[in-house]
Design a protein around this ligand. Structure first.
Ligand SMILES: NC(=O)c1ccc[n+]([C@@H]2O[C@H](COP(=O)([O-])OP(=O)(O)OC[C@H]3O[C@@H](n4cnc5c(N)ncnc54)[C@H](OP(=O)(O)O)[C@@H]3O)[C@@H](O)[C@H]2O)c1
Length: 271
């Protein structure tokens, strides 16, 4: 039986992917922080396993990776969906800005941390659901934790660009067998708006009549799990391929971010 691990598998597009993969017969491991949402996905089938973890924490992310390594020696697909908007700058116990920690670092840790389990699969694939194709935002090299000037959109865009670079560097240098897919689903009728100011919530709800249904947005994800691409890296923005020559996918910049991230993680947890 194919094993699919989904970070943020309890809601939105992560849950949409979980439901579709269940119908295809997979065993699905869903990671999320809210136990009620976890119970709700577990009730769908005994092939769903909920692992509770706060992925803003590097230590908690490492613990959940250890649990997966112990229980599932083979992982066929890893789908990265966990994210949450943060209108205010929030610093985690580990001293990290939480959008950077959740939206980018947890994906870095899961991608690299489950490498052996993915390598054990016949045709492994990692699908990072973020914002590839957009060229907005940048990496604030001198202030990754956005201490000087924080904005919710800026933090989201920085982490989005960092995920693009994670995919590029993973495909180029990890030596792993897993194919890496960067996917931009477009404006979708999902997303937890509870952390947003009421006015912003209202605007997004009004605009959501134009949003794509979850089932449509996750269809390519479900298919990539069934049939992983043959290329080491695939970048797809709402159905359109994103050329590797796009500035946001620059290999040297990706290498630089990989090195900076490695050093940051070593500083956090030496040894
Ligand atoms: N929706 C859109 O229009 C849109 C457009 C472009 C790109 N995207 C990207 O697509 C991805 C999926 O978005 P979505 O709309 O499906 O999101 P969503 O509906 O808000 O779901 C987010 C998931 O992340 C989990 N999560 C949030 N904080 C967590 C934490 N601290 N620890 C562990 N899990 C956590 C949530 O579970 P818990 O609540 O249990 O923690 C939930 O399962 C995101 O990366 C988003 O940036 C979305």
């Amino acid at each position: 039986m194919r094993v699919t691990v989904i970070s943020g598998g309890t809601d939105g597009m992560g849950r949409g992917t979980l439901e579709a993969r269940l119908r295809r017969g997979d065993e699905v491991v869903a990671i999320g922080s809210n136990p009620a949402k976890g119970r709700s996905v577990q009730a769908l089938s005994d092939r769903v396993h909920f692992l509770r973890a706060d992925l803003r924490s590097v230590a908690a992310t490492r613990r959940v990776i250890d649990v997966i390594r112990d229980r599932w020696p083979t992982v066929d697909a890893l789908v990265l969906c966990a994210n949450r908007q943060s209108p205010r700058r929030v610093v985690t116990d580990e001293g990290l800005e939480q959008t950077f920690a959740l939206y980018y670092l947890s994906r870095y840790l899961l991608s690299h941390g489950l490498r052996d389990q993915l390598d054990a699969a016949e045709r492994p694939v990692i699908i990072n659901v973020a914002g590839v194709g957009s060229t907005r935002g940048s990496i604030h090299w001198d202030d990754l934790q956005l201490t000087r000037r924080y904005g919710m959109v800026d933090a989201q865009l920085q982490a989005g660009r960092a995920n693009d670079l994670l995919g590029v560097d993973f495909a180029a240098r990890s030596g792993a067998r897993a194919r890496y897919v960067l996917y931009h689903p477009g404006f979708t009728r999902s997303g937890d708006l509870s952390t947003m100011p009421a006015a912003v919530r209202g605007v997004i709800r009004a605009a959501s009549v134009f949003a794509r249904p979850v089932g449509k947005s996750v269809r390519p994800v479900v298919e990539w799990i069934e049939n992983p691409p043959s290329e080491a890296l695939t970048a797809n923005d709402r159905g359109r391929p994103v050329p590797p020559s796009t500035g946001t996918l620059d290999p040297a910049t990706a290498r630089r971010l990989g090195a900076v991230t490695g050093a940051l993680l070593t500083r956090l947890h030496p040894g």
